[in-house]
Each structure stands twice: as structure tokens, then as C-alpha cells.
Design a protein around this ligand. Structure first.
Ligand code: DLL
Length: 434
């Protein structure tokens, strides 16, 4: 019998869920029209009045919200409540210019924690568990988000934040951590550090599951993490604009459950901006149905995924999305060919001699783009016979060419020579922009 945090909501009949969503959408549109000068102006410009939104299907009449809107109204121009009602800020580090600031009322924080408590419960985390939160604490939403979700369900939190990795492993071992939350790349680093300390996560710790997200990770990386650490690796997804980490896979591991009573999912063709049929890949667009401080209407998250609408075997009726395959704006174009770093990861991690770390380096060679991939080998795969190394390089570049349809220069580098990450990892260096 599966465990639910809130069985009534999580398993409600789809028709009732849609009715609730329709009602909440109507309320939301009136709320933002009355409380957000930004949305009032945007709706007025588009000729939309709150009364035009009567059913769920009317959502397509509403304009999109973009990350640029948050930047343009920096810091709090899109907020619907005065400072006196705010309980907390977070901010996402902008790669260029100002960060985007997000804010929460106490109710927003409670609901955020509840979303995660549902997800953690759906894979069996309970009061006896010790959840080590190794996402960064601070302006980034990962640490505090996972922290409050875990406290809500009554698990014990070990708030290590990221970094100081040897100490993390020591505490993990001594206190008996049973679940961990961090980026998949940081967990790889933990496995490696533990090994150097003579500790096997599989044999010497009680960790049995991990919640990995905040960056794209392939099914091949999931398999490596599970094989090397003996734990179950669950996907956890969210963005700071929607609150932070919010949604996880359940124990069935067939998609990430998006809580439909709080969020409305659309998957659109990025070119036509029309919905794609369920099961087809497109850009994720989310409307927050219950947020007070910073509700967002049709927010274009830019992550690429598929929507699965049929109920999950776990009994939850809310829509699911498949693993994020990348961001539409992460796509790199090399000699006119579209490449996603995730595709490179999938190809490389399918080759047993390849280690867990790689870096894509893009350069311009005269008029031509050049893509090089630096690849760490598995320690056991190293050979001092030149012919073995040449054969391996050929095998890797052949596999990359087969999938990417592109000639890629392969450079095998020593184990441990590429940078390790304590948070979101960087997989591409694009020197063409310099
Ligand atoms: O990364 C929130 C979060 C923290 C999610 C901890 C999960 C765990 P931002 O910093 O605003 O928020 O970055 C959001 O990260 O649009 C995706 O591109 C990417 N991302 C987040 N989770 C996943 C995931 C947090 N599970 C951006 N798989 C998103 C792939 C992910 N990409």
C-alpha cells in the first residue's frame, strides 16, 4: 500500500482536479489583476479582462510571462504583496546582469514545504529518516527548500549545505544519514571523496536514497550513481521562480509528479507556441495556482520535457513530466548542428572506459567551429599502450559522431584533472563568444 502525505488531494479523480484547477485559475487571474500593476498593465495591453477567463481551456487567452519580465521589474516589481507580508526572499544568480529576486509569504513557504513533503513521502521518506541537505543554503533555493520540506514531514535534517566534503562524509557516516539531497555532480564528488577516505557509501553508510536535481542529468548518470553508491537516485525538480525544489519522482520512477492543485502544466512547441500532444517533447510552461507573493501566469521555464497525463501506478492522479532533457537556451550550435550537453553525457556514460567527468570546449578555427570534448577515463581503463588509447579515442569519437552527426575532437585526460562541482556543474566552455 503506497504512502501518501495527503491522500485526498494526491489521488483525487482527474475530473475533480481539473474542476479545482479551473476555479483556482479564475481566482488567480482576478487576484493578479487587482494586486500586480505588472499584470494589470500586461492584461490591459492584450485586451484581457479577468471575466474572460471562465474555464481551464481559457488559459490560452493569457499572455506568457518570461524571465526577462522579472529582470525588467527588478527587484520586486512583479510582487503582489507589500513587504510587510513577505516572509523571505531568495535570488537566482544571473549569469549576466542582475539576479532575479523571488519572494514568499508565510503561506507560500508552507505550501512549498508541503509540495516537497508529498514528494519525499512518495518514495518512503519518514520520521525515522535522516536527510542530509547538501544543496547550498542561502540565496539559492535548494538548501532551505529541501530543509523545510523534510522538516514538514518530520524527518531529521542534517543541514550540511554544500562544500567541506570530507566533513560531510564523516557526519554522514557517524550520524547515519539515510537520504541525501544535492546536485548529481556534487554526489559524484562525494562518492570519489569518500573512496579516497577509505569509505564506501554502499558498504559503510546507511544512505539508501538521494534526491538529485538543480541541473540536467541523464539516465546514464543515474545508473552510474546507483551502481557506484548502491543507493536509489530520485529526480527532484523546480526553479526559483516557482519557489525552488518542488516536485519529485515517486517510487514507481516513471516521471516527476507536478502537483496539479498548485501548478498548471502546459508543454508548448517553442516555435509555434501551441501545445504539443501529451508525450511529445516541448517547452515547459507553468502557471502557479496558489502562490500569493509572486504568482506567475504561463511562465516559460524553457526546460524541455514531455507531459504524461495517464495516472501513475502509485495512484496519484496529478500530471507527470519526464526527466528534463535540457534547456532550450542550453542548446549549442556547432557548424549549424544543434547539440545538447545532455546528449554528449548520454553517449559518454554508455562507454564503460569513460569516467564520470567531461568538458565540452568550443573554439573557432578560422570560419569553422571546433568542438572538443575532454574526457576523464576510468582509473581502471588507463593503459600505457599507445594503441589501446588510440583505439579508445576512436571508439568515443565514433559514438559521438553517430549520435550528434558531427566530427568531435576527443582528448583523454587524466582521472581527477577536470574541475569538480559542489553545486551546479559547468559542462561547456564556449571560447567562440570571447
Ligand atoms: O535549481 C531549484 C532546485 C534546487 C531544483 C534543488 C532541484 C533541486 P534555479 O536555480 O532557479 O532553481 O534553477 C532552475 O535548474 O529551470 C532547470 O533548467 C534546472 N533544473 C532544476 N532541477 C532539475 C532537474 C533550482 N531535476 C533550473 N533536472 C531549471 C534537470 C533541472 N534540470
Amino acid at each position: 500500500m503506497p504512502e501518501y502525505w495527503d491522500p485526498e488531494i494526491e489521488t483525487m479523480p482527474v475530473a475533480d482536479l481539473k474542476k479545482l484547477q479551473g476555479k483556482r485559475l479564475k481566482e488567480l487571474v482576478s487576484y493578479v489583476y487587482e494586486n500586480s500593476p505588472f499584470y494589470k498593465k500586461r492584461f490591459d495591453e492584450c485586451g484581457i479582462r479577468p471575466e474572460d477567463i471562465q474555464t481551464l481551456e481559457d488559459i490560452t487567452k493569457l499572455p506568457f510571462t518570461l524571465k526577462q519580465d522579472l529582470r525588467d521589474t527588478y527587484p520586486t516589481g512583479m510582487f503582489c504583496v507589500p513587504n510587510s507580508r513577505l516572509a523571505r526572499f531568495h535570488a537566482s544568480s544571473g549569469t549576466t546582469g542582475k539576479p532575479t529576486v523571488v519572494g514568499y509569504t508565510q503561506k507560500d513557504i508552507d505550501e512549498w514545504a508541503e509540495s516537497l513533503a508529498r514528494g519525499f513521502t512518495s518514495v518512503g521518506v519518514g520520521k525515522d529518516d535522516i536527510l542530509q541537505v547538501s544543496y547550498g543554503y542561502g540565496l539559492f533555493t535548494g538548501g532551505l527548500g529541501a530543509h523545510y520540506g523534510s522538516e514538514k514531514l518530520g524527518a531529521t535534517v542534517l543541514p550540511t549545505s554544500s562544500g567541506n566534503t570530507e566533513r560531510q562524509i564523516e557526519l554522514m557516516t557517524d550520524l547515519g544519514t539515510t537520504a541525501i539531497a544535492c546536485t548529481p555532480s556534487y554526489f559524484l564528488f562525494m562518492i570519489e571523496t569518500a573512496r579516497k577516505m577509505g569509505i564506501s557509501i554502499k558498504d559503510d553508510t546507511k544512505v539508501k536514497m538521494g534526491f538529485f536535481g538543480a541541473e540536467p542529468w541523464s539516465t546514464e548518470l543515474k545508473k552510474r550513481i546507483e551502481d557506484e553508491s548502491g543507493i536509489k537516485a530520485y529526480d527532484i525538480y523546480g526553479t526559483s521562480e516557482l519557489s525552488g525544489p518542488l516536485f519529485t519522482e515517486c517510487s514507481e520512477q516513471c516521471g516527476i509528479h507536478i502537483w496539479g492543485d498548485k501548478f498548471l502544466v502546459e508543454i508548448l512547441d517553442p516555435e509555434t507556441e501551441e501545445p504539443v500532444p501529451d508525450g511529445e517533447i516541448g517547452e515547459l510552461v507553468i502557471t502557479t495556482l496558489t502562490k500569493e507573493a509572486l504568482p506567475l501566469i504561463r511562465y516559460r521555464v524553457k526546460d524541455l520535457t514531455r507531459k504524461l497525463s495517464e495516472p501513475c501506478k502509485c495512484g496519484r492522479t496529478h500530471p507527470r513530466i519526464t526527466r528534463i532533457s535540457g534547456r532550450s537556451d542550453d542548446m549549442i550550435i556547432v557548424r549549424g548542428i544543434n547539440v545538447f550537453p545532455g546528449q554528449v553525457e548520454s553517449v559518454l556514460l554508455n562507454i564503460p572506459e569513460v569516467g564520470n567527468h567531461f568538458m565540452i570546449i568550443l573554439d573557432r578555427d578560422g570560419p569553422l567551429d571546433n568542438m572538443k570534448v575532454q574526457i576523464e577515463m576510468n582509473e581502471s581503463a588507463f593503459s600505457d599502450r599507445m594503441s589501446d588509447m588510440m583505439a579508445l579515442k576512436k571508439k568515443i569519437s565514433g559514438a559521438l559522431r553517430h549520435v550528434l552527426n558531427l566530427a568531435v575532437e576527443v582528448e583523454l585526460v587524466e582521472h581527477g584533472s577536470l574541475p569538480r562541482s559542489e553545486g551546479k556543474s559547468k559542462k561547456v566552455i564556449d571560447n567562440r563568444k570571447m
